[in-house]
Design a protein around this ligand. Structure first.
Ligand SMILES: Cc1ncc(COP(=O)(O)O)c(C=O)c1O
Length: 365
């Protein structure tokens, strides 16, 4: 049996016709950039995230970068974040000229350890970028209260967290702004690159509308130093179709995660994350295991696809190894040697989930 980590073939079998209609609508409209599909998608996704504004961008990396620019981040500033994330979180910070400052994670949740944030704050600290890793929200009450005390902004890296809830509130409305990625494998993925920023802050919104479109107020008048980073009409039309299914897809993933959780609960070699009262959106289902590399190889031999998100923490990457925090990230380093992402998509069949479980149980027997 072959069990995939994600399965686009099955996705297209389900929604392919609606997607083709959406694309045809755009082709026939003659509007390909900054048109009605984007406007509608931005309205719909803002409502989904319980915020007033959504600004489509060319990618999640750009969403983070442009949000940081709109928040006036630049050379000399320090931004606190985690090191067990996709490189783009820190790349976006570094591209503004600011310095990413990494704090360690909690072993239980794999999320930023909020008890360590205040120690990392200096006179240069301007903001915190918590990452809602794998689809589980960071401890936003703690993070927001630290930010308020120290006059810092909070930018959620929600690139993996479409549809995740923190207590009862969705990712995207939990800080000053949030950045999402629509990379194809994400819970809400385009069929190409895409991203967006969500916010309730009208001033940020007004800046971001200019920043993503060459800094121009109208066709011929460039008010600020802007960029070209827009979510195109075809991707917006695709995302509008998929947004209608997102709730059902996440529910299905939560069901599958429930089956995995029960099955793995009494295997000592597998450490599961705690949900901490939040609603995990399961962009990825990640376990921390003993003998990770051997297990990965064994699963691969049996036809089960897995990946590691992420094997090299950012403070160990050549580009960031000069960043502060290098010696202290023990949990981040430990988990990088243990984590494994198992197959997780809404079209997994019961027999495939059971197959994955049986193989893992067999490996540790
Ligand atoms: C946590 C995180 N941040 C940022 C990004 C960057 O998003 P994109 O690939 O759309 O640029 C991603 C996804 O790839 C991500 O997972």
């Amino acid at each position: 049996m072959k069990v995939r980590l994600f399965d686009f073939e099955r996705e297209i079998l389900t929604i392919g016709e609606e997607i083709k209609q959406g694309i045809a609508r755009v082709l026939n409209s003659g509007r390909y950039i900054l048109g009605p599909e984007l406007e509608e998608f931005e309205r719909e996704f803002a409502a989904f995230c319980n915020v007033q504004f959504c600004i489509g961008t060319a990618s999640g990396t750009d969403a983070l970068f442009l949000a940081l620019k709109a928040l006036d981040v630049g050379p000399g500033d320090e931004i606190i974040t985690a090191a067990n994330t996709f490189a783009a979180t820190a790349l976006a910070i570094a591209h503004t000229g600011a310095r990413p400052v990494f704090v360690d994670i909690e072993k239980s949740s794999h999320l930023m350890d909020t008890a360590l944030i205040e120690d990392a704050i200096t006179k240069r600290t301007k903001g915190i970028v918590p990452v809602h890793l794998y689809g589980l929200c960071a401890d936003m009450d703690q993070i927001n209260s630290i930010a308020q005390r120290h006059h810092l902004f909070v930018l959620e890296d929600a690139c993996q967290a479409h549809g995740a809830l923190y207590k009862t509130r969705p990712a995207g409305c939990l800080g000053n702004a949030a950045a999402f990625s629509f990379y194809p494998t994400k819970n809400l993925g385009a069929y190409g690159d895409g991203g967006c920023i969500t916010t309730d802050d009208r001033h940020l919104y007004n800046r971001l509308i200019l920043l993503r479109d060459y800094g121009r107020k109208d066709r011929y008048y460039h008010e600020i130093l802007g960029y070209n980073s827009r979510l195109d009409e075809i991707q917006a039309a695709i995302l509008r179709v998929k947004l209608r299914y997102l709730g059902d897809w996440i529910e299905k993933k939560q069901e599958i995660a429930g089956t995995y959780n029960v099955a793995f609960d009494n295997i000592n070699h597998i450490k599961l994350k705690l949900d901490k009262g939040s609603t995990h959106a399961y962009h990825l289902y990640v376990v921390a295991v003993d003998k990770r590399d051997e297990l990965k190889k064994y699963l691969n031999e049996k036809g089960v696809e897995t990946l590691i998100h992420y094997p090299v923490p950012l403070h160990r990457q050549p580009i960031f190894s000069g960043a502060k925090g290098l010696p202290d990230l023990k949990n981040t380093e430990l988990r990088a040697t243990q984590i494994l992402s198992l197959p997780m998509h809404p079209w997994l069949e019961d027999k495939e989930v059971e197959y994955v479980i049986d193989i893992i149980k067999g490996f540790y027997r």
